[in-house]
Ligand binder design. Sequence first.
Ligand SMILES: Cc1cc2nc3c(=O)[nH]c(=O)nc-3n(C[C@H](O)[C@H](O)[C@H](O)COP(=O)(O)OP(=O)(O)OC[C@H]3O[C@@H](n4cnc5c(N)ncnc54)[C@H](O)[C@@H]3O)c2cc1C
Length: 461
Amino acid sequence: MRDDKATGRLEDLAARLTTSRLLTDHDVTDAYRRDHAHLVAPGRPCGVLLAERTEDVATALAWAGEHGVPVVPRGAGTGLAGGATATDGCLIVSTAQMTAIRELEPDDMYAVVEAGVINADLKRAAAAHGLMYSPDPSSFEISTIGGNLATNAGGLGCVKYGVTRDSVLGLEAVLADGRTIHTGRRTVKGVAGLDLTGLFVGSEGSLGIITSATVTLRPRPRADPVTIVGSFPSLRAAAEAVAAIVRQGIEPSLLELIDRNTLQAIDDWKHIGLEPQTEAMLIAQLDSPDAARVARDVESAYTAADADFAATSSDASEAAQLLEMRRLAYPAAERLGHCLVEDIGVPRSRLPEMIEAIERIGTEHSVTILTVAHAGDGNLHPTFVFEAEPDGNAPAAVWCAADETFQTALDFGGTLTGEHGVGALKRPWLEHELGCDILQLQQAIKTALDPRGIMNPGKAY
Ligand SMILES: Cc1cc2nc3c(=O)[nH]c(=O)nc-3n(C[C@H](O)[C@H](O)[C@H](O)COP(=O)(O)OP(=O)(O)OC[C@H]3O[C@@H](n4cnc5c(N)ncnc54)[C@H](O)[C@@H]3O)c2cc1C
C-alpha cells in the first residue's frame, strides 16, 4: 500500500513530465523488478518511468534528488548481474523507449544514438552505409546501447575490435541532481580534460543516466569471414589450441570455446549431431584480407593440439549457423534448471589451467557446470546449473563452487567479471579483486557525482 504522501509525490512527478509515461500500478511495474540475474531478490519500485526524452530523465532525477528516492536505471533488463534489479521504493528509469538514431555520419564514421536503441538496430543502420558497429554481446538482438555502455558489454568480436568502451567517443548523460552533461567529442582524437566518457562507461547506472552516445563506426570487412571449426577430445586440448593461436600473434575476429556439457544441452534441444568423442569445440573466424592463408595456421594449431576434427569454410550461411549455435548456449543451459552465469577473465596463457580448475571444482562440489568462453579474450562463462532451494536461493554447494572459481581466477591474475558487471550479484567479492584503497577511491568518485547516493544504490561498488 502506498501512503498519500508517496502518491502525491508521484502525481507531482507525473505532472512535470512532457511526453514520457509514469507507471505506478504494481501489476504493471512488477514486470520491471528483475533483470536476468534470477538469484537477486528484487524490491518493489514506487514507479517506472518510460522515458522518451532527455528532459524527462532530468526532471525525474531532480525530483528523486528532492525526495531522496533511489533511482534504478534500466535498458532492456537483459543484465546478468542484477544491476537493473529494483530496490524497495525506487523509481525505475527505463531508457528503452529512447530509440532514435539522431545522426549517422558515414564520412566521419560515427553515429549519435539514444540509449534505448537496440544494438542490432544500430548494426543494421550502419550496414546500410557499408559500415559496422562492432560491439556484439550475444544479446545484441535484445539489449540496448545504454545498457551495453553502462556495463561496458563485451561479446564475440572483442578479441579483435575491443569492448563497448573502445567504440564510444562521447555521451549525453543526466546526473543525480538533474543536470544534463555532454562528455567527450566527435573527433578521432581529443585529450581535453579528464575522460568522463570512460568513467561513465561500465559505471552500471551508479553515476547517472546515459541518454545518448556518440559511437564509432568502422568499415565493414570486404569479404565474408573465413570460419575454422574444430572438435577436441578434451577441454584442455581446446584451451591449448587457443593459447597457441594467441602466442602466434594470429588476430581472429572471433574465437569461441564451447564445452561438452553445453554442446550436449544444445544437442538435446536442437539435435546438432554431436559426436560421442567431442569434449569441446572451437569456432574461430578471420575477417582480414589474408584470412584464407591465416586459416591454415589456425587449422594447424587445432591439429597440433590434438583436434579430432578441423575444417575451414568461407560459406556465410555455415558460419551464421555455427554462431547461432554458440548463441544458444545460455538458453540451452536454462532448459536444464536454474543458472548462475559467471564471467571470469584470466590472462589468456592461463586459460588451460583455469579450465582444468573449473572441471575440478564442479566435480569436487558435485555441481553441474556448463562452460563457454570468449576464449580469445580469456573470458569464461562457467554456468552453474542447479535446482533452487525452496526459498529460491542456490544450494550452498553452488556458492562454494562459485567462490572457489572466483578465487582461482584472481589467483591467476584474472578478474571476477570480464563483461557482465558487478551489479548486485558480485558485490560481495569485489573487494577481493580491487582491494580496500581502490574501492574507497571509487566510492569517493561516486560521492562527488551523486552526493545523496540515490543512483542505483547497492549495486556495483
Ligand atoms: C542471452 C544473453 C546473452 C548475453 N550475452 C552477453 C555477452 O556476450 N556479452 C556481454 O557483455 N553481456 C551479455 N549479456 C548480458 C547483457 O545483455 C548485457 O549486460 C547488456 O549490456 C545489458 O543491456 P540491457 O539494455 O539489457 O541493460 P539492463 O540489463 O537493463 O541494465 C544493465 C545495467 O546497466 C544500467 N543501465 C541500463 N541502461 C542505462 C542507462 N541508459 N544509463 C545508465 N545506466 C543504465 C542498469 O542500471 C544496470 O546496472 C547477455 C545476456 C543474455 C540474457
